[in-house]
Ligand binder design. Structure first.
Ligand code: M6R
Length: 609
């Protein structure tokens, strides 16, 4: 998705914008550009393709100046091209603007502006904004910008500079994230905190329909009527080097390896000992409300949806509350019936996924209480929820979600165990055993990481296969779906995640020697059935990688390879099972020499519906 970095200070704006945009590269983009104000002039440079191309172009033709805005564009309206990339400029070339989001009424605004003589050069929705500002401009950039923003419907995070205002940069937002970095004698606009952390840990998080006039020494926050807003700065909680690879070949590899530490941090302060109850600050639900719940509905996209599917299972099995899990993008079409005392649990790593945010608002409109399970602190989803339980995974840069997934499940497990406790739905003994197992998860995760070479050897055996099938049942059906998603998104191998019970209703037709099957067959309620499924595949000459508990003697007899996981209560095995499947996908993709951290066509945070 698009990225924004704006700078005003004493340093060269191109260097800051390029470095900041580099930090946002993981979000995915197809073109990049920058506008610099210097000596009463505005200069713009744009390229199609990667930031390295922009850096090269800037080396050949340096743009010098200490006020500038940069952008990486992920095409929505109009193909990736120089002319469609940002910044967009007014007809006289004196105002430059960058935009994240989508302007829904751009067609009618464009017709109106064209009839008034404004000439458009791009096919984007963004260009209307810069012409609107120009139309209203009478010497006061902030006033013109404020007026223009009021005409817009849709989502936007905006940054604007003008050749006539060398000491000013202006920003505004509605539905698209925007943060202002607070420096000393310098200030920043960024679409993601990660882009600014290198220079400051102090930021203002901008709310919907707020704007900011930014100089080198001041940031003036107002609403769209110009009324001043007082806001305390927010301190970014992670260190400046958190978003670096730290010796790993890819961010994804680093993030897989961060799981034991992240799990410890997620548990810290929430679960101290097996005998003690769980403490979830931020949940914002009274015990009476928990006891009164009639239904829990999880909603999310992609990997977070798979975590929600595990959540559905845990809520029913452990807390005995009827539960559902919806794909956020499908929710509105279904016009869901929301009963009294329904709790919606929204799951999102970024907290900014547009489909998920829309689903959250739908639930709120229909009267449900909404809590979210989110990684990015103070993100839109976190802020719009009635309660939020942060997963505390730290920045996740790799497009393929890894540590956020296991931490989402861990956090949801804590919530479900807490609900089970409050509602008296599980015995004390059962809860103690579960909490003990949760406390042991960081250690189990480390054991799994220490087995990386074994998984790599399995990857070497199968990396040239064109197709893969991942099978699971019960609480590990989502594990199969997530394992397949991980493989397909980073290796481009076609992979299906399927219920093993459904296999004979269709997918079994695919089985042949070039399709490998990953069968999650850990001991528990569905173990015997999984063995039956493995035999069905073997009988049709399909190679099988079993996922089994340490010490299992049956699975090695049935499967061609085994990925071992330490034993734990079945309900929380999706957390441990995920780790070897992440490692398998990672090494297969690496052996195929794929762009693991930024797979083709994908963006880390999908901020358009
Ligand atoms: O930030 P979110 O958790 O809301 O993102 C949801 C999905 O876009 C995300 O999980 C996506 O499926 C990842 N590429 C999966 O690895």
């Amino acid at each position: 998705m698009c990225g924004i970095v704006g700078y005003i200070g004493d340093r060269q704006a191109t260097e800051i914008c390029l470095a900041g945009l580099k930090r946002l590269e993981y979000r995915g983009y197809d073109s990049a550009g920058i506008a610099i104000v210097r000596d009463g002039e505005l200069e713009v440079m744009k390229v199609v393709g990667k930031l390295a191309g922009l850096a090269e172009a800037l080396e050949e033709n340096p743009l010098e100046g200490t006020l500038g805005i940069g952008h990486t564009r992920w095409a929505t309206h109009g193909k990736p091209s120089k002319v469609n990339s940002h910044p967009h400029t007014s007809m006289d070339g004196r105002i430059a603007l960058v935009h994240n989001g989508i302007i829904e009424n751009y067609a009618e605004l464009r017709d109106q502006l064209e009839s008034e003589g404004f000439e458009f050069v791009s096919q984007t929705d963004t260009e209307v904004i810069v012409h609107l500002v120009d139309k209203y401009y009478e010497g006061d950039l902030a006033a013109a910008f404020r007026r223009a923003v009021k005409d817009l419907h849709g989502a936007f995070a905006l940054g604007i500079v003008s050749a006539d205002h060398p000491d000013q940069m202006i920003a505004a937002r509605r539905f698209s994230p925007l943060v202002l970095g607070i420096g000393e004698g310098e200030n920043f606009i960024v679409s993601d905190m990660g882009a600014v952390r290198e220079w400051t840990d102090q930021v203002y998080v901008i709310d919907d329909d707020e704007m900011a006039v930014i100089t080198r020494d001041s940031i003036e926050l107002t609403d769209l009527e110009g009324n001043p807003i007082e806001r305390e700065p927010y301190t970014i909680p992670w260190p400046a080097d958190a978003a670096q690879k730290g010796g790993h070949k890819h961010f994804m590899h680093k993030e897989i390896h961060e799981q034991p530490r992240a799990m410890r941090e997620c548990l810290l302060g929430r679960l101290g000992a097996p005998e003690k109850s769980i403490n979830l600050e931020g949940l914002n639900l009274t015990e009476d409300e928990i006891r009164g719940l009639r239904k829990v509905v999880f909603t999310a996209c992609g990997t977070a949806y798979h975590a929600g599917l595990v959540g559905r299972f845990l809520m029913e099995k452990l807390a005995r509350i009827p539960a559902e899990c919806d794909l956020a993008a499908e929710l509105r079409a279904r016009d869901p019936v929301v009963l009294d005392n329904t709790l919606a649990i929204i799951v999102s790593q970024s907290g900014e996924t547009a489909d998920t945010l829309v689903a959250l608002r739908e639930f709120k409109e229909k009267g449900a209480k909404v809590i979210s399970v989110v990684n990015v602190v103070d993100s839109s989803i976190a802020r719009e929820s009635d309660g939020v339980v942060y997963i505390q995974a730290g920045p996740e840069i790799g497009v393929a979600s890894t540590k956020a997934y296991t931490l989402q499940i861990l956090t949801i497990s804590l919530i479900a165990a807490h609900f089970a406790d409050v509602r008296g739905a599980a015995s004390e003994h059962e809860l103690i055993e579960l909490r003990r197992a949760m406390l042991g998860l960081p250690e189990q995760a480390q054991i799994l990481l220490d087995r990386e070479e074994d998984v790599k050897r399995v990857a070497a055996r199968f990396f040239e296969s064109p197709n893969a099938l991942y099978l699971g049942r019960g609480v590990n059906l989502p594990s199969a779906m997530e394992g397949a998603l991980k493989l397909k998104e980073i290796s481009y191998i076609h992979a299906e995640g399927y219920s093993a019970g459904e296999m004979k209703h269709g997918p079994i037709a695919l089985v042949e020697p070039s399709l490998f099957t990953v069968a999650i067959a850990i001991k528990g309620d569905v173990y015997d059935k999984m063995i039956g499924n493995i035999q069905e595949i073997k009988a049709r000459s399909g190679p099988v990688i079993g996922v089994a508990f340490d010490g299992d003697t049956e699975i090695p007899r049935q499967a061609d390879e085994v990925l071992w996981v330490p034993e734990s209560p079945e309900m929380i095995t999706p957390i441990t099972v995920a780790i070897p499947l992440q490692i398998l996908a990672y090494h297969i993709a690496d052996m195929l020499d794929r762009e693991i951290d930024q797979p083709r066509n994908l963006a880390k945070t999908v901020t358009v519906e």
